[in-house]
Design a protein. Structure first.
Length: 83
């Protein structure tokens, strides 16, 4: 308990003096914008009908499955003509 109190006191001193916290200037606050940053790569939403088993396998591959699907299609297009 003694160590906890010492750590708490140190933490309070650091917070009061700003030694452990970043100070934001007024100029930085003015430059801020609301919302998420604009992505460099703009993706286009589409509606696509896939067989259930195909979709299930992609989704089962975990987070990022849509990006991996896009990459696989892009790779296929490098060697095949879609027409």
């Amino acid at each position: 308990m003694l160590q906890f109190m010492a750590d708490l006191e140190l933490s309070l001193k650091e917070a009061q003096t700003g030694t452990d916290a970043r100070v934001t200037t007024g100029e930085e606050i003015k430059r801020r914008t609301r919302g998420r940053p604009v992505a460099k790569v703009h993706k286009q939403p589409v509606t696509l009908r896939l067989d259930a088993d195909v979709l299930e396998r992609w989704r089962a591959s975990g987070k990022g499955w849509q990006t991996r699907m896009s990459d696989a299609l892009r790779d296929w297009l490098r060697t095949h003509s879609p027409v």
